[in-house]
Design a protein around this ligand. Structure first.
Ligand SMILES: [Zn+2]
Length: 385
């Protein structure tokens, strides 16, 4: 299929409206796309030229398949086909890179529009709005202790970090309301948590958990709702696919910088809590309770303060970008020559009436989906083997 060279911009009609008001550049030579298993891909080269990036040499020891960038940011793709590192932070693609017949690497449009672009240009996210409420969700509680090892108990750790996080946020963002989904060691159902998120004013949602897995696996991971697959009905959380990527990136970057923990990356998952949140939402796995050194750290006041400060830093960075008054971005927006014409995109827009149906579907979903830690553990282990 041949599409205008400005196709990414056209796609962003759905998600990055302000871009379409940008003045002009290029002659409308063609961009090629390739459909593979219902997923639309473009050559990586188109991404590079769209952002006016330069092909870069991989850094020492890097086994990247391709590296592009400019003075502000570098993006490494690979070595695994789902791996990218954007400005030093690890991000996992929704769809693995592919090849075309000429042997060029291809990237899915979903990843271009819903991962790369909102990270590079968060201020171009459509409908961004100033954050008025931060909903902190200390995972588990009451009879649901979460992961327990001889070093740390998940429900206790998430509550302690959440309390410290609230103090940090109240100091840094005094104008923003900070609320908890639970104040003490009490059980709250997932529906109660969802109701609280979706009734808050202009919220972002941050759910805190500890991970579990093989004893040698460690690190911090930040999850957001997976974009809808082709033909799949989007969930309420998919309305915020682009904002989710920007929030996850800000939080994960600050956490790795602030703690020096292993970078488990920004990841997508189909957790019902994230699917149902009607606002930018992340679930942070603060570390592996099952790793001896990390588990012991997670139980200490000192490390919990580090985590809380880094989380606050990431959330503040996101809040700054989300404020429509902010102009900052990694890169200037590419300039566009011609007014874009609508192109049928593979990115479905969520319909408001689906939002009411989603909780019912969630209630019927397998328990596995409501227990991110367990499914996580298996997936994470696989990836690391
Ligand atoms: Zn958990």
């Amino acid at each position: 299929m041949i599409l205008p060279r400005l196709f990414p911009c056209l796609l962003t009609l759905l998600t990055l409206q302000p871009l379409c008001n940008q003045p002009a550049v290029a002659n409308a030579t063609a961009w090629s796309t390739k459909e593979i298993n219902g997923i639309t891909y473009i050559p990586l080269e188109h991404l590079r030229s769209f952002y006016k990036f330069t092909p870069l040499r991989p850094q020492n020891q890097s086994k990247a398949l391709a590296t592009v960038g400019n003075k502000d940011v570098r993006i490494e793709f690979g070595p695994a086909l789902r791996e990218t590192t954007i400005g030093g932070t690890r991000c996992l693609l929704t769809h693995p890179l592919r090849h075309n017949d000429e042997g060029d690497y291809l990237i899915s449009l979903t990843d271009m529009v819903k991962l790369i672009d909102p990270i590079l240009r968060p201020t171009y996210i459509a409908g961004r709005r100033a954050v008025r409420t931060i909903v902190i969700d200390p995972g588990h509680g009451g009879h649901d202790a979460g992961t327990q090892t001889s070093w740390v108990r998940e429900a206790d750790c998430t509550q302690l970090v959440a309390t410290k996080l609230k103090e940090e946020l109240s100091r840094r963002l005094p104008e923003v309301k900070v609320i908890f989904t639970r104040e003490q060691n009490q059980y709250r159902s997932e529906q109660q948590r969802v109701d609280q998120i979706n009734s808050a004013e202009a919220p972002v949602f941050v759910s805190l958990h500890l991970n579990s897995g093989r004893s040698d696996v460690r690190g911090i991971e930040t999850y957001t709702a997976a974009p809808a697959a082709p033909g799949e009905q989007p969930r309420p959380g998919n309305v915020h696919d682009t904002a989710n990527a920007a929030l996850a990136y800000a939080v994960q970057t600050a956490l790795i910088k602030g703690t020096q923990a292993q970078d488990g990356g920004c990841r997508r998952a189909r957790y019902s809590l994230l699917n149902s949140a009607n606002c930018p939402a992340v679930m942070v796995e603060l570390g592996y309770a099952t790793h001896e050194e990390e588990g012991k750290s997670l139980a200490t006041n000192e490390y919990q303060i580090k985590l809380a400060q880094a989380l606050a830093e990431g959330i503040c960075n996101y809040a700054r970008m989300a404020d429509p008054a902010t102009k900052l971005a990694f890169i200037e927006p590419p300039k566009v020559e011609e007014p874009p014409t609508p192109v049928k995109a593979d990115i479905p827009a969520a319909k408001p009436d689906r939002e009411k149906k989603a909780p019912r579907r969630k209630a019927q979903s397998k328990k596995r989906k409501a227990e991110p830690r367990r499914s996580n553990k298996k997936k994470s282990n696989k990836r690391r083997r």
